[in-house]
Design a binder for this molecule. Sequence first.
Ligand SMILES: NC(=O)c1ccc[n+]([C@@H]2O[C@H](COP(=O)([O-])OP(=O)(O)OC[C@H]3O[C@@H](n4cnc5c(N)ncnc54)[C@H](OP(=O)(O)O)[C@@H]3O)[C@@H](O)[C@H]2O)c1
Length: 376
Amino acid sequence: MATSLQIQSKLRSDAVLELSLAEVEVPAPGPDDVLVRVEAAPINPSDLGLLFGPADMSTAEDGGTAERPTLTAQVPPGGMKAAAARVDQALPAGNEGAGVVVEAGASETAQALLGRTVAIFGGPTYAQLRCLPAAFCLALPEGTTPAEGASCFVNPLTALGMVETMKLEGHTALVHTAAASNLGQMLNKLCQADGVPLVNVVRKPEQVELLRGLGAKHVCNSSEPGFKDDLTDALAETGATLAFDATGGGRLASDILGCMERAASRTAEGFSRYGSTVHKQVYIYGGLDQSPTQLVRNYGMAWGIGGWLLPPFLQRIGPEKGQALRERVAREIKTIFASHYTREVSLAEALSLDAVRLYGRQATGEKFLVRPNPGA
Ligand SMILES: NC(=O)c1ccc[n+]([C@@H]2O[C@H](COP(=O)([O-])OP(=O)(O)OC[C@H]3O[C@@H](n4cnc5c(N)ncnc54)[C@H](OP(=O)(O)O)[C@@H]3O)[C@@H](O)[C@H]2O)c1
């Protein structure tokens, strides 16, 4: 049986988080399976949730050897309870990636992928080898490298999911926060290609410049004193009544609803103490700001706040529509859905203190790409 190194995250019962590189056995592919040599896998915010768990990464210390490094960090009081379900389990990490099919089961679907470069959905991808059903692979167009195809699912399908949700729920324009993110840049290109008005919310002037450079029309900086007026103007112009908020904490979601109400009242006929009748919706789809969500209910009664996650969305639209979205991503992976990485690291380097501190910041333009088989 083949073996593979993989990154594992264990929350120990002594309130210590331990990251390590473990050697595991990889099963031979069954008739409908393929064995993929993983060549590239991004580190996304959702991966950090599993990798770091509730640990305070400012306490991280390195250990182990150069080939088999470890990293440990303390879990603050209260953190263990929330994560009780994963205590003392070594969880493999990495939600998506791309590589080459090196072995295939006997079925026609599996054999058709032999030798192809494929994107794979579902972890673990911070691993040298991954055996999985052929159906979980997306064959990339000829000439696409694993690095180009490594981020085919999480961010591209979420960007597409936002536009599809907008249509399904009867809205005609979108608001997006932390909008200079990798996903936000894709969403800008997607909305421009599909003619969907988009209001971007960022927090730094350089992020305004970045998005304007991509052709964005509406970019509002939440750190500016005139933010709410700028946002209200952009909402009135676009008619956006649906927002996707990646920050989740603080007052941003509430402020967006408040500005939507102000924009709606500009065209309302007469006054109602219950506010406008226009339904205003915010979906919190990320947790970049871990502080509590604060609602200041100054936006009438026609509003909603909920969570949004990719897998339930894919279930909602069904397998046929989901496949059509995946195929669009494959066709446009070098344009609309292209991702850029600041640094490439091996499995061992991904566990170095220096790397963890950098990718743990989740800062604009600082996405890392893991190369489990460097030089392959
Ligand atoms: N729900 C889902 O199914 C789903 C699927 C995919 C992605 N996501 C979410 O989408 C978001 C973006 O992912 P990504 O891979 O595109 O991220 P990314 O490229 O790593 O970018 C993260 C962005 O967030 C900003 N940011 C970080 N902390 C912030 C805070 N406290 N307040 C405001 N902005 C902050 C950063 O700006 P600075 O440089 O200013 O720090 C940066 O622009 C993440 O929250 C991720 O979890 C959710």
